[in-house]
Design a binder for this molecule. Sequence first.
Ligand code: GLC
Length: 456
Amino acid sequence: MEEATILTMVKQAEKVNEFLKPFIIDEEKSAKIKAIFEQELELGLKHGLKGSSLQMENTYVMDLTNGKEEGQFLALDLGGTNFRVMLMEMHQGIIEKEQVEYYSVAEETRLGSGDKLFDFLAECIADFVHKNLEKGHPQMPLGFTFSFPIEQTGLNKGVLVSWTKSFNAAGVVGQDAVKLLNDAIERLRDLNVKVVAILNDTTGTLVKGYYDDKSTGIGLILGTGCNGAYLESAKKVVHWCGDRRDAKEVIIDPEFGAFGDNGCIDFVKTKVDRELDNDSLLPKSFTYEKYFAGKYLGELARLALVQLHQRGLFMSENDKEYKHFLEKDAFTAAMLPQTQVENAYIGEVLKQELNIQNATKDDWAILKHVCNILSQRCAILVAIPLSVFINRMDTKEHVAIAVTGSLYRFHPQLKDLLETHIRKIVPNRSFHTFLSDDGSGKGAGLVAAVAARLSH
Ligand code: GLC
C-alpha cells in the first residue's frame, strides 16, 4: 500500500476515534458514576422519588419460595409488545406444569386510553381461562408482572408513576394498576380470577432466580428496558406501610433505568444520546436505560454512524445505499450482536438486514467498532449498579445474579463483558450471572404461590 494511502487511513481512524471518545467510560468516569449511584440510592431509600432519581421502591416481597407451594396460579406479564398469560401448577414447591398464551398488544392499545388497555388485558385472561381451565374452577390467584415504575403500599397495590418503553396509555399514571385490572375483570362478570400480587419484571426474575439457585440476590432485566431488583436488609428500608412481620430482607425495585433523570450524571451524555432522547416517545425520562437498553442500542449505533457519514468517515462514497441508514430504528439491537464477528461476515449482515451491497471493508470495520464501543458502554453502565448491590449484600458469601432479557441472551460477549466489569469494581466479591429463563412470567406465578401459602 502506498504511504499516502496509509497516512489517509490513519488520519481517518484518528477522526473516527475522536468522534467516539465521549462514548468511552474510563475508570475515572466509572468511579464517579458509581459514587453518584450510591448517593442516589441512599437518598432514594430515605425520600423515594422526591429526593433522588432512583425510586428504590419497596416491593413488599419479603418471602421467597420454600418448597411448600401447592396449587394452580395464573401469571400475567405486561411490559412489551407481547402480553402473556400463563397457568402454573405447583406441587411441593416445584413447577410441574405450565401453559402459556401470547397476545400481541397493538400500538393503538399501548398509546390509547387506559380503560381500553385494561379491558384488553381482561379479555386476554378470559380467552386463556376459557381455553385452559374447567368451568366452575375455584377462584384463581393471579400474579401480575407490570414492568413499569409503580409506588407500592402493599403486595397487591401498585400506583403507576410513569410509563416507559413503548407504552403511554392515557389516564393510568397515578392509578392503582391492580384496581384497574380487577375492575376490568369484574366488568367481564364470569371470570373467577383475583389479582393477589403486582410486581416488576426484575422482582419476578429475582424470585424465579432464587427458585433456580438459592444464592440469587439480584434479578436483572437486560432487554428492551433495563433494571435490576435486589434483596435489601429490611431494617434499612424506611418506606413501609403495614406490618413488617419479622422480615429480614425485602426485594427493592430501584428503577435504575431512570438514574440520572435529575441531571446528576449528565457528563455521560453525548450529542447522540441527546438526539435519541429528543426523538423518543418519552423524552427526558429514563435517561440511564436510554444509554444502552435494547430499545435504544441499535438506534444509538445508527445515529453515531449517521454523524460519521456526515463527517465523511462512513459509507462516504456510497450515498445511494447509505440511505437505508436514514430511517429511524433501521438498525436494531438485534442486529448489533451480529456485528461482533469476523469483519467479512459483517458484509453479509449489511446485505441481509439493510440491503446494502457495496459497503467497503473500512465501513464494515467502523460499524463493528461503533457497536463494540456501545456494547462496552452498556456492560460498564449495567455493571455499576450491580456492583453496588453486591456490596450492600455483605452477609452473602456469593451472590448469583439471575438475568432475563434478549440483550443478555443474544449478545455473544455481553455476559463476559458484564462479569469482567463487575469483577473490576468489586474484586473481592464472589458472584456469577446466569440466564433465568422467563423470570418475568414464572416469577409472577411464584409470587402468587408464595402469597397463597402465607394466607393459609
Ligand atoms: C423499564 C421499566 C422497569 C422495568 C425495565 C425492564 O425500565 O420502567 O420497571 O423493570 O424497563 O423491563
